[in-house]
Ligand binder design. Structure first.
Ligand code: T46
Length: 133
């Protein structure tokens, strides 16, 4: 899967004097939402991810703080995206290697996913990823 399928999606924001409200419904992502999970209390210097998914697509959002996502397509292409806005989501297609790093203090990464949790959907060995891609 090429890195050109990776995109930043605008999440609708409703603003009034009390602050902002953002909402994610099925029309915001190009898949049916099957699961939501979030990463938080990530210690400074910690890396998360380090895998690709065979089927799963996901939207990553920094609902608080910031972090970087390093994306690799297995053909030598790599890009790093900084997420730091609660109304911007990073859409990651299946068969894309991702590493999450440089979490700021208090950062929260919300993940909206196209599949329920399946251990078998993960490729955690980069050499196996290169072989399959
Ligand atoms: C991803 C990044 C952004 C479950 O039991 N159910 C779940 O739904 C999930 C997501 C994880 N787990 C278990 C599996 C492991 O024993 O929680 C443990 C930690 O998971 P993992 O090492 O995969 O965590 P991350 O932060 O490296 O990756 C997670 C997601 O797994 C992954 O889909 O893209 O966040």
């Amino acid at each position: 899967m090429g890195l050109n399928k990776i995109e930043i999606i605008d999440i609708p924001k409703i603003t009034d004097v009390r602050g902002n409200l953002s909402v994610i419904e099925n029309d915001v992502v190009p898949f049916e939402i099957k699961r939501v999970y979030y990463l938080y209390d990530v210690p400074s210097g910690t890396h998360r991810g380090g895998h690709a998914h065979k089927k799963l697509q996901q939207l990553l959002i920094a609902i608080s703080g910031s972090f970087n996502v390093v994306l690799k397509d297995g053909n030598g292409n790599q890009k790093t995206v900084t997420l730091n806005k609660p109304n911007k989501g990073l859409l990651i297609p299946n068969m894309t290697w991702r590493e999450l790093e440089d979490f700021s203090s208090g950062a929260v990464c919300l993940v909206v996913a196209s599949e329920v949790y399946e251990k078998e959907d993960y490729i955690r060995d980069f050499n196996k990823f290169l072989f399959k891609v």
